[in-house]
Every structure is written in structure tokens, then in C-alpha cells.
Design a protein around this ligand. Structure first.
Ligand SMILES: Nc1nc2c(c(=O)[nH]1)N[C@H]1C(S)=C(S)[C@@H](COP(=O)(O)O)O[C@H]1N2
Ligand SMILES: [Mo]
Length: 404
């Protein structure tokens, strides 16, 4: 059912394209692996300033990027996915916005305006993939609770800002600071949801690639992606990429609270994870940290018809947690034989990397699969590593196509 208001919103969002998608869209958006409920409830919808995206929930707003936008090296700001835990999302005024840096782990707490942040510290720009921990959660089998994401809770961008470590240095960091905690301007207005506050281990906060960013792909951050500034934590899942950042609390003790434990945790020992968050570890679980090696086929659609006996290009993306993807293999026969794909331009180890593979299909059915590996030899799995939150899903896709 398409409401008039939605159509108007879509038009306001600036997309003739979007209107066409809306008209054609309606039921069953997304991969077949989603639950029946997730497929039925998904709709094209448009947040102000965005193109129509796949709506997973309206309040708080959770919107997924359709796969066709992933045929570009960088994800357009108006197509970039949106994820929130809290429904109270203020329009932050850049003129009155302040960032507070304090806590028991600094000797000189202080505040910054946006102009000061931009004036006082060296500017850095880097490409990095922002991927939700729960990307592909909806494909978990058995299904698990949480936003039922398909493949689109991610986006790659060029982020510009300053190094977090430079800002922390001005505050006089205590040598025994263990965690740095971040809070955004969003709140839980009516319900009892705890405020969304996240911390990083000091070593990751002090990494030269961890940024306080105000630009994305050469423009100011869109409201829905954290205006005026957000944290950029290259390599790590997006839960740490605090949007509408307003305060930084340098701590000599571990941050307690729902969003650190029990939320955003993975069972210990189940994933080939290297980067640790020791101050938050408990015997059974650890906070999620870097992304696992993964890939996505971006141009072929499951169950679609393609031309036989002429070259068919398979295109996709591959990424990891910052070690760098160095190899993508493609199979067109359901995994019996694998051949190397050609890697595209390298935008840095935190960016995803495009790849292509050409083959000439015989008539009939073909199962196309892609498998990425990184510089430390980690690769994707064929069988889901089940975990109750549905994180780190890097199961090799199987795309069944028919050629005639
Ligand atoms: N202030 C704030 N920042 C936040 C969140 C949030 O709910 N509030 N969610 C985090 C999570 S879990 C994800 S996946 C990313 C999503 O970033 P995006 O909405 O820009 O795509 O933002 C992170 N930063
Ligand atoms: Mo997330």
C-alpha cells in the first residue's frame, strides 16, 4: 500500500528514480533468506534528504541501502544507510554545538566549537567502510531478534576530520586511561531505553586512523549520518561510530551500561578476531571489534535470466577489518572450481575494494559464489557461525542464475 504522503516525500527527496522504485516496489524487498515477516514488512520509504531506501523501522529510523548503489566505489550520501537505537534525534545546530572532553582520565578538560575543531587540529581524509555489526542479521538461520537487515546495512565513504588522538592530547591524557567513552545528542524520549553511550579501548581511540569527522564524500555529514560530527573508527563495526558526537569521557575504569554489556557482544573464540577490547572481556563474551573478511556480489540477481554464450561480468565488493583484502575468488559452478577475480583500485586498507570477474556461461543454471581473503590469510565461511545477535555474517553467497 503506497500512501500519498510517502510519494510526496519521495518526490521531495529528489528522485524520479525513487518514484519509479516506489511504484514498482511494495512487497518482498530483499533477499529470499529473510524471514517472511521481514520480507512483508519492508517498504521503500524516504527520510528527508535521502533517496527512497529500504525501511526496516521508522521509529527509531533504520533504513537499508539497496544493492544497486553498491556498484560504486563510494556510497552516495543520500543513499547511505541509517541506523539508530533511540527515537529522539535532534536537529543539531552547528553554530551552538559544542564537544566536551573530560573524565577522570584527563588533567585539562575543555570544550570545542565546530570552528575550533576545524581550526586547531590537522585535517585528515581517509576512505573507510561503515558496516553495522548486524548487517545480514536477517539471514541468520535460525532467525534471531533485532533489526532484520539484508545486505545493505553498510556504506563506504571518504571521511574528513581530525585525529581523535590530537584532541585527546590537548586534554592531557592520564597514562592509566583505559577507555574513552562517547555520547551523541540523540536521546530516548519516552521509553526506558538507556542512553546510547559507547566506549573504545584507549589503544584504538589513539590509533592515528580514528577520526572525529565532519565531512563525508566531500560534503557536510547528512543529518541522519551524524551531523555535525561523528566518530570514524576504521576497521571496526559501526556501533562505535558515534553520530552527533557531543561528549568524550576519558576513563580510568571500564564503562558499564547496556550498550557495552549485554549489547554488541560476541561469544569468545568463535570468530577469527585479532583486535581485543580487554577491559570489557568477560569469560563468555567480548565486545565486537573489527569486521570479518567479507564480500558481496553487487550486479547479479538471484533467480534472474542472463545471456548464454557471451561474456557475463560479475561485479562485487570485498572488505575486512583493516588488514587489507588481497584476493577474491569466484566460482560459477556452486563451489567446485574457483578462479581469481580482478581487484579494482585500492582506496586504502579500511575501504572496501571493487572486483570483477568475466565468464562465458553455457545455457542452463549456474550458481555464482565469491570468496574474499585478506593479507593475514583469513577468509569467509561457508556455514554460518551462529551467534544470538546475528553478528559477523560472512557466509559465502550463492546466487543462482539462469542463462539462455
Ligand atoms: N548517536 C548515535 N550514533 C550511532 C548510533 C546511534 O544509535 N546513535 N548507532 C550506531 C550504529 S549501531 C551504527 S550501525 C551506525 C550507523 O551509521 P549510519 O546511520 O550513519 O549509517 O551508527 C552508530 N552511531
Ligand atoms: Mo549497528
Amino acid at each position: 500500500m503506497i500512501h500519498r504522503r510517502r510519494l510526496l516525500l519521495a518526490a521531495a527527496g529528489g528522485a524520479g528514480l525513487g518514484l519509479a522504485r516506489l511504484a514498482a516496489g511494495a512487497p518482498n524487498i530483499g533477499p529470499a533468506g529473510l524471514s517472511a515477516g521481514a520480507l512483508e514488512s519492508a517498504e521503500w520509504d524516504t527520510l528527508p534528504g535521502k533517496l527512497p531506501l529500504i525501511k526496516r523501522s521508522w521509529r527509531p529510523p533504520n533504513f537499508e541501502t539497496p544493492t544497486r548503489f553498491f556498484n560504486e566505489p563510494f556510497t552516495a550520501n543520500d543513499a547511505f544507510f541509517v541506523r539508530y537505537h533511540l527515537a529522539g534525534i535532534p536537529q543539531v545546530d552547528a553554530g551552538t554545538w559544542r564537544l566536551r572532553i573530560g573524565g577522570d582520565g584527563v588533567t585539562k578538560p575543555f570544550e570545542l566549537s565546530l570552528a575550533e575543531l576545524q581550526r586547531d587540529f590537522e585535517h585528515v581524509e581517509l576512505a573507510a567502510l561503515c558496516q553495522c555489526s548486524g548487517n545480514r542479521r536477517g539471514l541468520s538461520d535460525p532467525h534471531v531478534p533485532g533489526v532484520q537487515w539484508g545486505y545493505g546495512a553498510m556504506g563506504n565513504a571518504l571521511w574528513k576530520g581530525v585525529r581523535l588522538k590530537d584532541v585527546l592530547a590537548r586534554a592531557g591524557l592520564a597514562p592509566d586511561a583505559v577507555e574513552i567513552a562517547f555520547d551523541g545528542a540523540d536521546t530516548a524520549p519516552l521509553d526506558a531505553t538507556p542512553d546510547f553511550v559507547k566506549s573504545l579501548p584507549a589503544w584504538k581511540a589513539l590509533d592515528e586512523n580514528t577520526l572525529i569527522a565532519w565531512q563525508m564524500n566531500g560534503e557536510a555529514l547528512p543529518h541522519w549520518n551524524g551531523f555535525p560530527v561523528r566518530l570514524v573508527v576504521p576497521g571496526w563495526t559501526a556501533t562505535y561510530w558515534m553520530k552527533h558526537l557531543v561528549s568524550i569521557d576519558v576513563r580510568r575504569s571500564a564503562l558499564q551500561g547496556f550498550w557495552m554489556n549485554p549489547a554488541y557482544r560476541v561469544p569468545k573464540g568463535k570468530f577469527p578476531i585479532i583486535e581485543r577490547f580487554v577491559s570489557q572481556e568477560v569469560p563468555a563474551s567480548t565486545p565486537i571489534t573489527e569486521m570479518v573478511v567479507n564480500s558481496l556480489i553487487t550486479n547479479l540477481r538471484d533467480q534472474m535470466m542472463y545471456k548464454a554464450r557471451s561474456p557475463l561480468f560479475v561485479r562485487g565488493l570485498a572488505w575486512d577489518g583493516g588488514f587489507g583484502v588481497n584476493r577474491v575468488e569466484v566460482s560459477t559452478d556452486g563451489g567446485r572450481e574457483w578462479r581469481l577475480a580482478e581487484l579494482g583500485e585500492d582506496h586504502g586498507r579500511f575501504s572496501w575494494r571493487q572486483w570483477t570477474f568475466a565468464f562465458t556461461p553455457d545455457p542452463g543454471e549456474h550458481v555464482v559464489m565469491a570468496k574474499a581473503s585478506n593479507r593475514i590469510g583469513a577468509t569467509q565461511t561457508f556455514d554460518l557461525v551462529f551467534n544470538p545477535a546475528g553478528y559477523h555474517n560472512n557466509v559465502v553467497q550463492r546466487i543462482r542464475i539462469n542463462c539462455a
